[in-house]
Design a protein around this ligand. Structure first.
Ligand code: 0X9
Ligand code: ZN
Length: 430
């Protein structure tokens, strides 16, 4: 009897895990005009749909639609003459496929564990153990806690420095990932950077001339939730925002004190809910404190997201370009070209530009906030969605065959930016 219960439980864990997404369909939307784009956008907001890519003329949108909303969504699109097709009938099948592929890759890699595996996406606990292990093994590596999440998880960062952060002329590079918890592939970029700075050092100039601060999991509660309950969870896990906790979570990339609330949602249920106030969340405050600690020396800030193959800079709230936009763009182009030279031929080239010009208006973002604190070169990276031959795993879903590649190619961009900083950074006097 006991083994039967255990069997049922494990069956539940494996197969019932993605039940909440059963029947959710992923749509491709093709809009021909800006007006059509607006109609789709309004509809998506009204139905509180999970928008993966905003539809604009020339760039297809992707949106996840629950079973109960499919008819009304399709009818509205038809009524407005908007072209669409169903890319995935039931996203739950894709989620099960992702689990299987990642589990198989993890099982294979545990047999060959001479180095950290880029075959699967590690959990918060696994990342934590990895960081602690590196700090134990390497003299020039330390682990610190930047702050604590809503649910009490430490937000840890790795500090890598051959001079223990005591050479005040050395510029600092700050890199973070998983502010949006469902963007799993972004973790590959930070972990790969750590690997290249600590374990497999082939470019020692990056260590001699720079100090590094790397925060692999900025949103540990959200990230843990994506592994345990809801793979497409984006926000943090703040509760108490409305009666009965009907909707929870704050979009951390709308919560920073940079044009806060000017281009974001005040609806608690929305995926871009900006929170009850600027910097209301411990996760955003942890990053702000970290930036404040090293403020005069940070030359580069990278907030790694997915997906879209883009390198973006501010200001996101109103599309106004800062005075040094030419430099921001020059460095972004160099980084994009370095990535393009290493990317898979099946993936598109990177697009570079202002957040609002390239993507959409978005206030309260981490990269805008970092720029506001004085970091000249501050970027949001949108890593690619992998496009394999049959489009099987796409968007936020991760195919094990793309994890290391995402790390390798993104590292090319980071390196290009870092080398620009080495040659050009002047620490500000305080
Ligand atoms: O909407 C976002 O927060 C980012 N895109 S994502 O699909 N990863 O959610 C873009 C953020 C652009 N950067 C800033 N607003 N600072
Ligand atoms: Zn994101």
């Amino acid at each position: 009897m006991r083994s039967f219960i255990i069997f049922c439980l494990s069956f539940y864990v494996v197969f019932a895990k993605h039940e909440i997404y059963d029947g959710h369909a992923l749509y491709d939307i093709n809009v021909k005009t800006i007006d059509e784009g607006r109609v789709v956008n309004d509809l998506e907001n009204e139905l509180l749909l999970d928008v993966w890519t905003h539809a604009v003329p020339g760039r297809a949108g992707q949106v996840l639609v629950p079973k109960v909303k499919r008819k009304i969504f399709e009818n509205a699109l038809k009524g407005a003459g908007v072209e669409y097709n169903v890319q995935v009938e039931n996203i739950k099948d894709q989620l099960e496929l992702e689990d299987q592929k990642l589990a198989a890759a993890a099982a294979r890699s545990s047999r060959n564990s001479s180095r950290f595996s880029f075959d699967y996406i590690p959990t918060y606990e696994e990342v934590d153990a990895y960081l602690e292990d590196l700090a134990r093994r390497y003299e020039h590596v330390r682990v610190h806690v930047a702050g604590t999440s809503v649910q009490g998880r430490p937000i840890k960062y790795l500090a890598v420095s051959t001079t223990n952060f005591q050479n005040f002329r050395k510029p600092i590079v700050v890199m973070q990932s998983l502010l949006h918890s469902r963007e799993w592939v972004s973790l590959a970029a930070t972990l790969y950077a750590i690997e290249k700075l600590v374990v497999d050092v082939t470019e020692s100039d990056l260590l001699e001339n720079l100090d590094w601060i790397i925060i692999p999991v900025v949103n540990p509660d959200g990230y843990t939730w994506t592994h345990s309950n809801a793979r497409f969870w984006r926000k943090n896990r703040r509760t108490g925002l409305m009666a009965g906790d009907f909707c929870i979570g704050v979009d951390l990339n709308r919560n920073f004190n940079s044009q806060w609330s000017t281009a974001s949602s005040s609806n608690v249920c929305a995926d871009d809910f900006h929170g009850p106030g600027a910097m209301s969340e411990p996760e955003t405050r942890a990053i702000a404190n970290l930036l404040a600690t090293f403020t005069t020396r940070i030359a580069l800030f990278f907030d790694i997201h997915s997906f879209g193959s883009m390198i973006l800079y501010g200001w996101g709230g109103n599309g106004v370009l800062p005075p040094h936009a030419l430099t921001l763009n020059l460095v972004a182009v160099r980084m994009a070209q370095a990535i393009d030279a290493a990317k898979l031929p099946t993936n598109p080239n990177y697009v570079v530009g202002n957040i609002a010009h390239v993507l959409y208006f978005a206030s309260g973002g981490a990269s805008d906030f970092a720029m506001l604190t004085g970091v000249q070169l501050s970027y949001t990276y949108e890593l690619p969605a992998w496009r394999n031959h049959n489009w099987s795993l796409n968007g936020f879903l991760v195919d094990p065959d793309f994890i290391e590649q995402a790390g390798v190619e993104t590292w090319e961009g980071i390196k290009a930016g870092a080398r620009y900083a080495i040659g050009n950074f002047r620490a500000k006097d305080v």
